[in-house]
Design a protein. Structure first.
Length: 336
């Protein structure tokens, strides 16, 4: 292996250890009260982009660009080298009822997975210990990224019945089940939080809240969908195969889809905060807004202006399907 490749491999190890880590904290369940029955509410998703653009066009480019984003972000005391997404629910008086998201919590897990288990691109979906971010913690993030002009939002005006679904979702996601487990204890880029007992990544947690109020979430400009070769998946997820960063750097293409899903490749789907952020800015700076959207500005707690979008969702019928469902497709990361 040449010197440059060795250096990138070492940086890659550092990246996977730290890239998804946030400040540690407890994950005690917090119960949110139901909304008033005669007032509108506002549900907002806030998005923070990666410090540097992440290129998902191949495994090699994904690793290289993520390494670079992490390194530069670490020198700038930026905690979100791969971006972040969180939600906020306000009542008709403007009071914050919910402001939270899920984050990973224990660095030792990633160190073991990378240095000992060598799980490779299984890090995209591997389950690690999670925690919920607090109102106060995220207020500091809003202020910090508002100063950097690196945060945006979509604000949805919703009915009390829609707000009730969001509150029920967050309450149950963060509460212990009959076995003493909480979905919020599991952080993964492959989980969907509306499936019973699953955890989530930050973007899935927030986008699921939008789905619950009936908002449109099937926007190809918001997500990534790639076929990950199974021979880049290691550890307990693939017969204890050892996959190093150097193995990933050799791959210039994703799997072409030939062979059998679940054997030759798996489909990785994730809502990408940076993609959503760029989509919002494109609408804010353009002249042809999508139907129903309006340009909007809100003030961060420190008084800085944040540009984003507004959508009145009160005219739509609130969905009445179950908050949590059975998983429809198998997932290699669920039982590991």
């Amino acid at each position: 292996m040449n010197r440059g490749l060795k250096r990138l491999s070492l940086l890659a190890v550092c990246l996977w250890i730290f890239s998804s880590l946030l400040l540690a904290g407890n994950n005690e369940s917090k119960h949110y009260t139901l909304p008033d029955s005669d007032s509108s509410y506002e549900l907002t998703i806030f998005v923070i982009p990666s410090y540097r653009p992440i290129d998902w066009s191949s495994p090699e480019k994904l690793l290289r660009t993520t390494v670079h984003s992490f390194i530069e972000a670490s020198f700038n005391r930026n905690l979100y080298p791969i971006g972040h997404l969180f939600i906020e629910l306000r009542d008709h008086n403007g009071n914050v009822r919910i402001r939270t998201s899920i984050a990973s919590s224990e660095p030792s897990e990633q160190r073991r997975m990378i240095l000992k288990d060598k799980i490779g691109l299984a890090m995209l979906g591997a389950s690690v210990k999670g925690r919920m971010e607090s109102v106060e913690e995220l207020e500091k993030k809003i202020n910090r990224f508002a100063r950097r002009e690196a945060i945006s939002f979509i604000n949805y005006k919703i009915t009390p019945s829609a707000a009730e679904r969001v509150i029920e979702y967050v309450n149950k996601f963060t509460s212990k089940d009959s076995f003493g487990n909480r979905a919020s204890d599991r952080y993964s880029g492959s989980f969907w939080p509306r499936y019973k007992g699953e955890g989530a990544g930050c973007s899935a947690f927030g986008i699921a809240a939008l789905e619950l109020i009936g908002a449109e979430i099937d926007n190809p400009e918001w997500y990534v969908k790639v076929k990950v070769p199974y021979d880049l998946i290691g550890g307990v997820y693939n017969n204890q195969l050892k996959v190093s960063p150097a193995d990933i750097l050799k791959r210039r293409k994703w799997h072409d889809g030939s062979g059998e899903e679940g054997v030759d490749y798996y489909i990785h789907f994730i809502y990408e905060p940076s993609y959503i952020y760029e989509w919002i800015l494109k609408q804010v700076n353009g002249n042809n807004l999508p139907e129903g959207f309006l340009q909007s500005t809100i003030l961060a707690p420190n008084g800085r202006k944040i540009r984003g979008l507004f959508f009145d969702a009160t005219k739509f019928r609130t969905p009445d399907d179950s908050i949590f469902k059975e998983r429809e497709r198998s997932c290699v990361f669920i039982n590991n």
